[in-house]
Design a protein around this ligand. Structure first.
Ligand code: XIL
Length: 304
């Protein structure tokens, strides 16, 4: 059974994020990725410190490898990580002058988005703007110099660099936290009111032992739809070792997402072999360490 084939019948873009190009050396990894998924996104390779480690000195090889792989296999690449809370190099954090920081953002976005123009048509422009547990914007390096306006700046710079790409704000945990959900809505509706060029909200959907309350995804799709925005699922995984419960959550979330009209769904990887290598023992994905389909795969497939 192939998720890609099943999803393709309904024009659903089903994908795997967290693709580290080193994994492409593993033939089993490659076989499952190409058979099951229509889109991929890099794990860290597009994040600032990985692709632009010394100012203006770009390291394209890792991302190029993913782009070439996608081309060979007829896949779409999603651009993840233009601005993210992790992975910002010291030279960037050292910039204290607002005009200089905006210029650095412009140069970086132009270099990266121009290089992958025609190869990546959707981007996470800002990832995790809000504090993890909610309670305001993360005071990251951009916020410290530019204030809350850095988010709007980032979208305007991204639009200028890639006029035809879809631009997303990517956020975590909102499906589980009502207060943070409202904060995200306030942030995004504010951006829209200011005319910032945002096309959608990418829900990470990293789930632990608690399932989202039924209806929450539908409500978000409606609320953002009323603003003219798309909602996607960008990084789903379910961190529980209870395989039955995990399968139920996958099935319920995918079912609700499709009914709500979401057409772009990605998981944060697909095999427990490479899941959260810094969290030993986590088994949050659809395939086990030996690439065998888990109950979570079956419930996901069935929901499609
Ligand atoms: C994670 C990567 O998987 C790790 O390798 C890295 O150390 C930290 O970032 N939300 C995101 C992703 O948007 O970029 C994060 O990826 C996982 C949470």
């Amino acid at each position: 059974a192939s998720l890609k084939k099943e999803a393709g019948k309904k024009d659903i873009l089903i994908g795997s994020g967290a693709i580290n190009p080193d994994y492409l050396d593993d033939p089993q990894f490659v076989a499952v990725l190409a058979k099951q998924f229509k889109s991929l996104s890099p794990e860290n390779e597009l994040k600032w410190t990985f692709i632009n480690p010394a100012q203006g000195n770009y390291t394209w090889e890792a991302t190029d490898r993913l782009v070439d792989f996608a081309k060979t296999h007829g896949m779409v690449v999603k651009g993840h990580g233009l601005i993210s809370s992790c992975c910002n190099p010291q030279y960037l954090l050292d910039i204290s002058d607002p005009a200089e920081l905006r210029a650095a953002m412009t140069a970086h976005f132009e270099a990266v988005m121009h290089r992958y123009s025609g190869k990546m048509d959707r981007w996470d422009v800002v990832t995790e703007a809000l504090e993890t547990q909610g309670g305001g914007l993360q005071a990251n390096g951009f916020y410290k110099v530019l204030g809350a306006g850095y988010i709007e700046d980032a979208f305007r710079i991204a639009r200028a660099a890639a006029p035809n790409a879809k631009l997303f704000l990517n956020e975590n945990l909102v499906e589980l936290m009502p207060g943070k959900r409202q904060e995200l809505y306030d942030l995004v509706s504010g951006l829209v009111a200011n005319g910032a060029p945002i096309d959608g909200v990418a829900l990470q959907m990293h789930i632990t032992e608690v399932a989202p309350i039924p209806g929450v995804i539908t409500d978000m799709v409606k609320a953002y739809g009323a603003l003219g925005l798309e909602v996607t699922i960008a990084e789903m995984d379910v961190h529980t070792l209870n395989a039955t419960f995990q399968a139920e959550i996958y099935g319920a979330v995918i079912d609700e997402a499709l009914r709500a009209g979401i057409t772009d769904i990605s998981f944060w990887g697909f095999t427990d072999k490479h899941a959260y290598t810094w969290l030993p023992g986590a088994k949050p994905l659809l395939f086990d360490e030996a690439y065998r389909a888990k109950a979570a795969f079956i419930s996901t497939f069935t929901a499609l």
